[in-house]
Design a protein around this ligand. Structure first.
Ligand code: SF4
Length: 66
């Protein structure tokens, strides 16, 4: 899994940060930052859930071979 996020559309809702703090953080403006673009397998479900829950669809997931 490869995770990226688009700051341009992030609405600073913080849902992803609360959901998966191992992977998402916020910069000084409150915009999403990806801490770990290649999260371990046990976090994949939570990351997918966060991506679905992002109100502005700013989280992008690409499946890559393990
Ligand atoms: S859930 Fe979406 S809008 Fe909210 S902080 Fe994360 S990326 Fe930004």
């Amino acid at each position: 899994m490869h995770v990226s996020a688009t700051k341009d559309t992030c609405a600073v809702a913080s849902l992803c940060v609360y959901g998966v703090p191992e992977v998402f953080d916020q910069d000084e403006d409150g915009l999403v930052e990806v801490l770990d673009p290649n999260p371990s397998g046990e976090l994949h479900d939570a990351v997918r859930h966060a991506a679905r829950g992002c109100p502005t669809r700013s989280i992008h997931i690409r499946d890559v071979p393990a």
